[in-house]
Design a binder for this molecule. Structure first.
Ligand SMILES: NC(=O)c1ccc[n+]([C@@H]2O[C@H](COP(=O)([O-])OP(=O)(O)OC[C@H]3O[C@@H](n4cnc5c(N)ncnc54)[C@H](OP(=O)(O)O)[C@@H]3O)[C@@H](O)[C@H]2O)c1
Length: 386
């Protein structure tokens, strides 16, 4: 029986993870859950899965939950400190990191520092402080298993192969809901349209990141640190069907890919029970019915966010953390109607241009940059506010 903590249990990855737990009650026991503000959803989950501890980032939401859960024995924590407590819960054998955004950095790092293996969906901490996270994971002798479908595909395509034989990692990108649009059309895109992803049902922030292709920019940085491969060996290929989840090319010319229908429960369950594959109920991949798979070069002119991701990685140090924070602020502003779709990239670029990067030697370097870049991006958003 594996005891698990889910950071971000009320989100898209979190609920998919609980789906797997519910399917395999003899394999997994939930010992901790966390959320941001949704105390009602967390209450349903804790009554069903009976963890020892839960945490809400929002203090008022935690107060409401405590008042309603006096009939249970669950411990209810709050704030960043509360998230950290649950992330390092003594009985946990595996922590599923599925908070959205930089808010996941402190609890995910706390889990690693408490010697917990991590199944990582929350890519933003890897972007902010990937080198530091990997160094801590090595020091504590724990593994970070990728959950992101592309990184899970690369991880699977590297199994049984020698790292030094790798020529390229090729991350596939669906192109998102706006792939066919011109820049002029994109300028007028409302959030409802940008939130309509063709292949994946995900949280709002990552869906907008898919529409701008910043998601792929973040994934390039994530891949750099997860697999210890330099940016010059990481490429992006647009593949609209989201069937080939990513590929690895080796120096003899062989290319190994992982394929499957787009369903996050496959990579989540692989990370949860690695190396065993759990029997899920997905229909078999019917390639004859699909008929053809298509591949295209990414378009850096229409989608500058991908280029910004590579640029931040090339500059290094605190620059990816600045990029990430600016993106979070810009996406939130876009979703609230404060800026237009094309202005997301402008806010990020403006923030990066104003940032003087320095090396990340400690967690505080990433957190300090995160605070600075949020303020800077906020001021750029306000300068554009409609
Ligand atoms: N969804 C996917 O298919 C997918 C695929 C690959 C990678 N990922 C990555 O996985 C992560 C989660 O994505 P998602 O789509 O599951 O997001 P989501 O549906 O928006 O869920 C986010 C989770 O994080 C919690 N949260 C939000 N802000 C928080 C804060 N400040 N402090 C603590 N907890 C907070 C939310 O709690 P509340 O519900 O209370 O707000 C929720 O539980 C992201 O990094 C994303 O890039 C997702």
């Amino acid at each position: 029986m594996k005891h698990i903590v889910i950071l971000g249990s009320t989100g898209s990855i979190g609920t998919n993870t609980l789906d797997i737990v519910a399917k395999f009650p003899d394999r997994f026991k939930v010992v901790g859950l966390t959320a941001g503000t949704k105390d009602d959803v967390l209450e349903e989950q804790l009554r069903r899965f009976k963890p020892a501890a839960v945490a809400l980032a929002d203090e008022q939401a935690a107060t409401r939950l405590r008042a309603r859960c006096q009939d249970t024995s669950v411990r209810i924590y709050s704030g960043v400190e509360g998230l950290r407590q649950v992330a390092q819960w003594p009985e946990a054998d595996l922590v599923i990191s599925a908070i959205v955004g930089g808010a996941g950095l402190v609890p995910t790092l706390a889990a690693i520092r408490a010697d917990k293996p991590v199944a990582l969906a929350n890519k933003e901490p890897m972007v902010m402080a990937g080198q530091l996270m990997q160094e801590e994971a090595r020091r504590h002798g724990v593994k970070i298993f990728p959950v992101d479908s592309e990184h899970s595909a690369i991880f699977q395509s590297m199994e049984g192969h020698r790292r030094e034989d790798i020529r390229r990692l090729i991350l596939t990108a669906s192109g998102g809901p706006l792939w066919e649009l011109s820049r002029e059309q994109m300028a007028r895109v409302k959030p409802e349209q940008a939130l309509r992803h063709p292949n994946w049902k995900m949280g709002a922030k990552i869906t907008i990141d898919s529409a701008t292709l910043m998601n792929k920019g973040l994934e390039v940085v994530e891949a750099r640190w997860l697999f210890d491969v330099p940016a010059s060996q990481i490429e992006v290929l647009v593949h609209r069907e989201s069937i080939v989840h990513s590929l690895v090319e080796y120096r003899d010319g062989s290319v190994i890919a992982q394929l499957g229908t787009p369903d996050m429960r496959t990579p989540i369950s692989y990370a949860m029970q690695y190396p065993e594959r759990l029997p899920l109920d997905q229909p078999s991949l019917d390639l004859a019915r699909i008929g053809k798979l298509t591949f295209q070069e990414p378009d850096h002119d229409r989608f500058p966010c991908l280029r910004l991701g590579y640029e931040a990685l090339r500059i290094g140090g605190t620059m990816p953390a600045a990029l990430n924070a600016a993106n979070e602020v810009a996406v939130a502003a876009y979703l609230q109607g404060g800026i237009g779709f094309l202005e997301i990239a402008e806010v990020i670029e403006g923030t990066m241009a104003a940032h003087t990067p320095r090396p990340i030697t400690a967690l505080e370097d990433a957190l300090e940059t995160d605070r600075w870049a949020r303020e800077k991006a906020d001021s750029l958003v306000h300068a554009r506010a409609r």
